[in-house]
Ligand binder design. Sequence first.
Ligand SMILES: N[C@@H](CCC(=O)N[C@@H](CSS)C(=O)NCC(=O)O)C(=O)O
Ligand SMILES: [Fe+2]
Length: 238
Amino acid sequence: MAPPLLLLQLFDRESCTYTYLLADSESKEAVLIDPVLETLDRDMKLVTELGLTLKVAVNTHCHADHITSSGLMKQQVLGLNSAICGLSGAQADIQLREGDSIPFGPHRLVVRETPGHTDGCMTLVTADQTMAFTGDALLIRGCGRTDFQQGCSKRLYESVHSKIFTLPDSCLVYPAHDYQGQSVSTVGEERRFNPRLTKSLDEFVHIMNNLNLPKPGKIDIAVPCNMVCGLHQVEPTP
Ligand SMILES: N[C@@H](CCC(=O)N[C@@H](CSS)C(=O)NCC(=O)O)C(=O)O
Ligand SMILES: [Fe+2]
């Protein structure tokens, strides 16, 4: 039997982003999902305290609302690789595609491409299908918006129905954001109670076309930074 998998859910209050630290309790190999620049020191301290060896910092997509810490983290952690979905067009050490795995100890996260919020969105599923890290594709009782960054509500609807709602009902759903104080759901709950994704495709598209959300405040700086996994390749001003 595989040794226990450690999961820590971390929160950035400013962007309401969840970062997930997954580690193998025996080998101490670890993976970070969606780390945030502002919480880099907190996350690094935790990794050190727990004696973990961080192998991969993976971004579920090119975030529009905050800058990832995966670039700066690579400068602090020897051997750390950044990862993102190849369909995002972003730079990273590892370009992931459908069915690829991120191993840590005897565990692994398996990639399911779930485009729609952005072209390069992916959901990371544990090999035993007990947990799914859905990024912004599926939020708790919600989903990612589709009004920028190649967003397409029809694609998102098809992604969620074919790649996430086909997981076991008991599979835990861990999103990249929550704005209402919720932390975890299940596939079964979302299949029954998600107010957007329980609707027909036409109704879903209508809902998504009428969200009327303001653009994320940091979009203009976050997207270019995240296209290079957070490494600021901007010339210093003279
Ligand atoms: N107010 C925040 C941005 C909030 C927002 O747009 N969230 C995104 C996920 S981050 S790309 C989203 O898809 N929300 C869906 C929803 O229904 O709320 C800011 O200014 O950063
Ligand atoms: Fe997003």
